[in-house]
Design a protein around this ligand. Structure first.
Ligand code: FE2
Ligand code: FE2
Length: 197
């Protein structure tokens, strides 16, 4: 497997960890618990920087345009559909950021809206990632020349440099931290729940 595909797949695994965390946070809120507002702020930051600014940029600015130059009509349609899903995710994250800010001082007012937004995001990502992992990336591997694949890897390195290695590593740690919510969601010992829960 090409390095650039492995890198996108690694990003997907981190996003999937966070998506599992989002579902667990939604379940906690739905069961009447309160989560520490910092968890929502971390989720928003992850979705904005890691998922959108870093991962979606690798796809939208570099991989998709290159593939589009070689694609047939159905692949072009698929690329447009994937871009639409990126835009939908971005819009949901923008809404989540607004209600997460309200949650800090008035959790009851926005609890159901937050649950709804987290669930929508948690539904959007798995199908999106599946299409890329199992349909688009194999096509890219087949279609792109070795030189084009190396070129993509270099572009991805530029994107990572812009975001910063430390920032990237920090988000991987956040994804692991969110796993603890998944682990503890059914117990009374969620380490990310606020003391008011
Ligand atoms: Fe994508
Ligand atoms: Fe992706």
């Amino acid at each position: 497997m090409s390095d650039f595909i492995q890198e996108l797949k690694n990003d997907h695994r981190v996003i999937q960890q966070v998506v599992a965390g989002m579902s667990a946070v939604a379940e906690l809120l739905d069961s009447g618990k309160q989560v520490d507002p910092s968890v929502l702020a971390d989720l928003v930051q992850f979705l904005r920087v890691f998922a959108d600014q870093c991962h979606h940029e690798k796809e939208e600015q570099h991989l998709f345009p290159l593939l589009a130059t070689k694609a047939n009509v159905s692949t072009r349609r698929e690329l447009e559909s994937l871009e639409r899903e990126h835009r939908s995710a971005k819009k949901l994250v923008g809404q989540l950021a607004k209600v997460a800010a309200v949650y800090v001082h008035n959790p009851a007012a926005v609890r159901y809206r937050i649950i709804d937004l987290l669930q929508q995001l948690a539904e959007l990502y798995p199908a999106h990632i599946w299409k890329e992992d199992f349909l688009l990336f194999p096509l890219a591997q087949q279609t792109l020349s070795t030189t084009e694949q190396q070129g993509l890897q270099e572009k991805f390195e530029d994107v990572e440099r812009e975001v910063g290695e430390d920032v990237h590593a920090g988000f991987e740690m956040l994804a692991k931290k969110l796993e603890t919510v998944v682990e503890f969601r059914n117990s009374g010992a969620c380490p990310l729940c606020s003391s008011a829960a």
